[in-house]
Design a protein around this ligand. Structure first.
Ligand SMILES: Nc1nc2c(ncn2[C@@H]2O[C@H](COP(=O)(O)OP(=O)(O)OP(=O)(O)O)[C@@H](O)[C@H]2O)c(=O)[nH]1
Ligand SMILES: [Mg+2]
Length: 265
């Protein structure tokens, strides 16, 4: 596919996904801190049905692959490892842009059970962008070896999202993960991530901006999260949002559909 300045990045990647020979019933982002086992989860789910390519316009390699579960075709996108959505590197920008603007049907964050606190930073950020977040707590075997026990059902209650324990290297937990993805991305099972509440002055500033931001974005992406990025003065994010809005005025959104935001019980 020929690339132009306007078709580089997220839009070109979505066009490529759209033109893929396998038509997806759902597109799932696989995110997480570096070295948490994302690719092991990806390989465990997709087997040999994979394709690796460059993110258009950047020297970042991305793998995407497919699997079938309950007669549905699921496409997984294995994103580069990232500590934060407040992107600094090209890798982090790619992961951020796909989660924030690619509108995946669900985002699975793979976390390392041996250092869950550090990993939860990204989980909380993803939950601020999308309600359709699933947490996969991987490396449970390593955690056990270190006498660390993770209370996944407790985490599920605190966060308000599905939490699936896994040992991806031994394919443990992958069926449960596929079931969770099915519920969120295909059945549109309601999820209500518990929102992070900031101190009063920050919340006031967000509230002041959010209505105007909502008018501008018209539901294209999360207005609370966009208002926070404006308050941050995150220049690369603001540029990307503007680019995304201009692009949307010229053409209809591509293959990725908007899901409904509901509550997970
Ligand atoms: N013990 C154990 N090791 C695992 C598990 N899952 C993955 N690993 C190992 O952890 C290492 C990193 O796994 P990857 O799948 O490459 O991790 P990643 O998140 O894709 O890494 P980056 O793409 O570099 O961010 C590899 O050596 C895997 O074999 C697990 O559940 N238990
Ligand atoms: Mg990897």
């Amino acid at each position: 596919m020929g690339l132009t300045a306007q078709s580089s990045g997220i839009h070109a990647f979505l066009e490529e996904l759209n033109q893929s020979s396998v038509k997806a019933d759902a597109i799932i982002a696989l995110a997480g801190n570096p070295n948490t086992g994302k690719s092991t989860v990806f390989n465990g789910l997709t087997g040999l049905n994979q394709h690796t390519g460059n993110w258009p316009g950047k020297t970042v390699i991305l793998a995407r692959g497919n699997y079938q579960h309950r007669n549905k075709n699921i496409t997984l996108v294995d994103l580069p490892g990232t500590y934060s959505l407040l992107a600094n590197s090209a890798d982090e920008q790619v992961a951020r842009d796909f989660i924030c603007f690619g509108n995946p049907d669900a985002t699975v964050v793979v976390a390392d059970a041996t250092c869950i606190e550090r990993n939860l930073n990204l989980v909380l950020q993803v939950m601020e962008v999308t309600t359709k977040t699933i947490l996969c707590v991987n490396l449970i075997d390593e955690a056990k070896r270190k006498n660390i026990a993770i209370d996944c059902s407790g985490l599920e209650k605190i966060l308000g999202i599905p939490v699936i324990p896994a040992v991806a290297r031994d394919k443990v937990g992958l069926t449960e993960l596929k079931d969770a993805i099915h519920k969120v991305a295909i059945e549109k099972k309601p999820i209500c991530p518990h929102p992070l509440i900031y101190n009063e002055s920050i919340e006031n500033a967000i509230n002041q901006l959010q209505n105007d931001v909502e008018t501008l974005l018209q539901g294209k992406f999360n207005s609370r999260w966009a208002a926070m990025r404006l308050l941050d003065g995150d220049a690369t994010m603001i540029t990307e949002m503007l680019h995304h809005l201009k692009k949307d005025q010229r053409q209809e959104p591509l293959a990725i559909r908007r899901g409904e935001a509901h509550c997970y019980e």
